[in-house]
Design a protein around this ligand. Sequence first.
Ligand code: MN3
Length: 170
Amino acid sequence: MFTLLDLPYSFDALEPYIDKETMQIHHDKHHGGYVKNLNELLPDKSDSDLEEILVTSTDQKVLNNAGGHINHSFFWKILGSAGTPNPKILELKEEFNKKALSVFGSGWAWITQDLKIITTPNQDTPKEKVVLGLDVWEHAYYLKYQNRRAEYIEAFWNIINWDEVNKNLE
Ligand code: MN3
């Protein structure tokens, strides 16, 4: 059984940068949808099998949903406005924003443990270890920002859980 964990904060905790309704739909419906699909596709597997599934599965539907579940579980944890901004990461802000803005269609932008900025399409998961990531699918920002992805990317920097990011850097 795959499990959708509750957010580690309330749905309105990221206001005004990400609105409550977006968080509710994003977590319950989008992330929840990936988890529901996984349970239907792989009824005998669970969260502890996710890494193995990514390596061994050749079923694109399985891979998309497993990637969606992994990416979102990571994303919720690095949000929540806590801790002290990391100067090494802040140096990468401009370049990160540019790359996140340039993702064509749906995807993600990430900073890796060795401080490279990468993007992934759709729900592909990064091969590298990452310290933070940003969902730039329209469902992540459309209600509040419509087509203004740049504003959403800029807003993201106000709601990072730096304690979590710094832990990921170690
Ligand atoms: Mn999403």
